[in-house]
Design a protein around this ligand. Structure first.
Ligand code: HEM
Length: 168
C-alpha cells in the first residue's frame, strides 16, 4: 500500500480518535462535573446538557465510521495481517482484543442513543418547565453517566491494545 494513502489513513484515524475518546474524557472529567456544580438548581442545566449531547452524538457516530474505514485500510496494509478471522500471530490476537473493546463501545453507544437519551431528553424538557419527575430524571442521568464512563474505560482499553499492537 502506498505510504501516502497509509499516512492519510493514519491522520484520519488519529483525528477520529481525538474527537471520540478525547470528547468522552473531556465530557466526563470536566464538562459534566462543572456544569452540575455551576447550574445545580438552575433549570438551564437540563437544556445545556441536552445541547451538548446533541452536538457530541453525531461527531461520535462519524468518528466511528472513519475509524472503521481507515482501520481496515491500515489492517490490510500491515505486514502482520494474515487475513480475516486469522489469529496466528500476537498482533492479530491483540487486534481482535481491540475490536472486542470497540464492539463494547458500540453497544454502549447504541443503548445510550436509542434507550437512555430519548427518555432523558423527554424528562429534561419537562424538568426545564418545572414539571416532570425529578427522581426519574436523576435515574436516567445516572444511567447516561455510568454508560459514558464505561465507554471511557473501553476507549482506554482500545488505546492500550493499539499501543501493544504498534509495539509488535
Ligand atoms: C474506537 C475505535 C478506535 C480507536 C480509538 C483507534 C485508535 C488507534 C490509534 C490511536 C492508532 C495508532 C495510530 C499510529 O500508530 O499512528 C491505531 C492504529 C491502528 N488501528 Fe485503530 N482505532 C480504532 C478503531 C480501529 C478499527 C475499527 C480498526 C480495524 C478495523 C483499527 C485498526 C488499526 C490498525 C491496523 C492500526 C495500526 C496498528 C499498528 O501499527 O500495528 N482501529 N488505532
Amino acid at each position: 500500500m502506498s505510504p501516502s494513502i497509509l499516512a492519510i489513513s493514519y491522520f484520519a484515524h488519529l483525528i477520529a480518535t481525538v474527537v471520540w475518546i478525547g470528547g468522552l474524557v473531556t465530557l466526563t472529567l470536566f464538562v459534566w462535573p462543572e456544569t452540575r456544580r455551576v447550574l445545580a438548581d438552575n433549570p438551564a442545566l437540563f437544556g445545556l446538557l441536552t445541547r451538548i449531547r446533541k452536538r457530541f452524538a453525531p461527531l461520535t457516530n462519524f468518528s466511528l465510521v472513519v475509524l472503521v474505514l481507515t482501520g481496515f485500510v491500515q489492517m490490510s496494509g500491515d505486514a502482520n495481517y494474515e487475513g480475516a478471522l486469522t489469529f496466528n500471530n500476537e498482533w492479530s490476537r491483540v487486534m481482535l482484543a481491540k475490536h472486542i473493546a470497540i464492539f463494547g463501545m458500540v453497544i454502549c453507544g447504541l443503548i445510550l442513543q436509542y434507550a437512555v437519551v430519548p427518555a432523558l431528553e423527554r424528562a429534561s424538557l419537562l424538568r426545564e418547565r418545572g414539571k416532570g419527575d425529578a427522581a426519574e430524571w436523576e435515574r436516567l442521568r445516572r444511567r447516561e453517566v455510568r454508560l459514558t464512563w464505561l465507554n471511557v474505560a473501553l476507549g482506554i482499553a482500545v488505546l492500550g491494545f493499539t499501543a501493544w499492537a504498534t509495539a509488535l
